[in-house]
Design a protein around this ligand. Structure first.
Ligand code: PMP
Length: 434
């Protein structure tokens, strides 16, 4: 057994210990797929330890799952963490408050769709969705309507891995199928078509009406359904949801955890439709990918309902709520984003991905190629061989994480044109060989 107290453990030993002791996301124990060992990361590049197979550097085509929008090791974000570290790394948030958390809440309220006023600082995206669901159920309970406790969502969605979020993930062939039977039973509408379809919109409206008596909220990922299938749809459906929810007395929750902070070309995807939800979840890019933090925003109406209830508290308070390090770097990341012409940068990435992924549509087995903002997707007509597809991308010098029938990329906004072309070549290689 290697001595883990030694600095600079040999890569083979590190991988051996990893295999024996460490769970990875959606991983079996012990691990079937050998992970790459990352030594460091800077800009858009991950430095991979030589012995782990790839050698050298990989351009990150994933932004560490949508989050590292400014790239890695950013001097401004590093400084924000260092500066905060000198003051305090963490204090409890019950009965105490501090500038990083208050500053972050103010920034979020200012930049979010008009009307969202109250911010719960959660410690992960899944928890922010749990909190959103609690807010909605409690709102109706306070108004004397406790029977309004189900959720309606689209098939093909993904909202996280804890209990309530799992219940609104795609129920068929989705990642949480194993738990159907144990999870709360929700109401599912078909995934929205890409283009606007009046018949589908009418169906959605009717379904919300039919179930309104038992619905606390409709919860969806606006414009892009991410981990459930990387599908894009017309923003006009968000207006249909808003109208139907208003007409039938149902709250509307947008899960902007993946789409928030500019990824789709708007600061939040809701803006494509000019719609304000009653509750909005953000996470991932909130801290520029530096730390684990997410947030649930709600309107005054939702918050007031909760405070006037028979139990007038939102009973949620994680230990690391409002963590000052995460809040400080989130403030710095938001300032960095808003302080630059991010719209032009995201448009540049969109154009670069359109160009570099065009070749994929000629490949055999490719069903669809789609690009929106800084998101590029190649969909195949078969389940991909994940290991082969990942290897093909790594050979091109790019880190991708293909899954199911999808090879996709959401690069950091600072990715240069040459690296975008490289990502395009890697996506094509993964689609060809996966
Ligand atoms: N909602 C969406 C839309 C997501 O993409 C994710 C993460 N993939 C989550 C919720 C859950 O966030 P977390 O992984 O931070 O718990």
């Amino acid at each position: 057994m290697p001595d883990v107290s030694e600095a600079g453990l040999p890569v083979a030993d590190l991988l051996d210990l990893d295999r024996r002791h460490v769970w990875h996301p959606y991983g079996p124990m012990p691990g079937r797929q050998e992970p790459l060992v990352v030594e460091s990361a800077a800009g858009v590049r991950l430095r991979i330890a030589g012995e782990s197979g790839a050698g050298g550097e990989l351009v990150d085509g994933m932004s560490s799952w949508w989050s590292a929008i400014h790239g890695y090791n950013h001097p401004v974000l590093n400084e924000a963490v260092r500066d905060q570290l000198g003051r305090m790394s963490h204090v409890m948030f019950g009965g105490l408050t501090h500038e990083p958390a208050v500053g972050l809440a103010k920034r979020l309220v200012d930049m979010s769709p008009e009307g969202l006023e109250h911010v719960f600082l959660a410690d992960s995206g899944s928890v922010s969705v749990e909190v959103a669901v609690k807010m909605c159920l409690q709102h109706w309970r306070s108004l004397g309507r406790p029977e309004k406790r189900r959720l309606l969502t689209w098939r093909g969605g993904y909202h996280g891995d804890t209990w309530q979020p799992m219940s609104v993930c795609d129920p068929e062939g989705g990642m949480h199928e194993l738990w159907s039977g144990s999870l709360p039973v929700q109401v599912f509408a078909d995934a929205p078509p890409t283009e606007y379809d009046q018949a589908y919109a009418d169906h959605l409206h009717d379904l919300i009406g039919q179930h309104a008596h038992e619905l606390a909220a409709v919860i969806v990922e606006p414009v892009v359904q991410g981990a459930g299938g990387m599908r894009f749809h017309s923003p006009a459906y968000l207006r249909v949801l808003r109208e139907a929810c208003d007409a039938h007395g149902v709250l509307l929750v947008f899960d902007e955890i993946a789409t928030g902070f500019g990824r789709t070309g708007a600061l939040f995807a809701a803006e494509h439709a000019g719609v304000t939800p009653d509750v909005m979840c953000v996470g991932k890019a909130l801290t520029g990918g530096y730390m684990t933090m997410a947030a649930t925003l709600c309107t005054a109406r939702v918050a007031d309902g909760i405070s006037r209830g028979e139990v007038p508290v939102l009973a949620h308070g994680p230990t690391f709520m409002g963590n000052p390090l995460a809040a400080a770097v989130a403030c710095a990341s938001i300032d960095l984003l808003l302080g630059q012409d991010w719209v032009t940068e995201v448009k540049r990435i969109e154009a670069g991905l359109r160009e570099s992924l065009a070749a994929a549509s000629e490949l055999p087995g490719v069903r669809d190629v789609r690009v929106l903002g800084a998101i590029g997707v190649v969909q195949l007509d078969h389940e991909i061989d994940m290991a082969a597809a990942t290897r093909a991308a790594v050979r091109e010098g790019v880190w991708l994480r293909p899954f199911r029938d999808l090879v996709y990329t959401m690069p950091p906004y600072i990715t240069g044109d040459e690296d975008l072309a490289r990502i395009g070549r890697a996506v094509c290689a993964a689609a060809r060989e996966g």
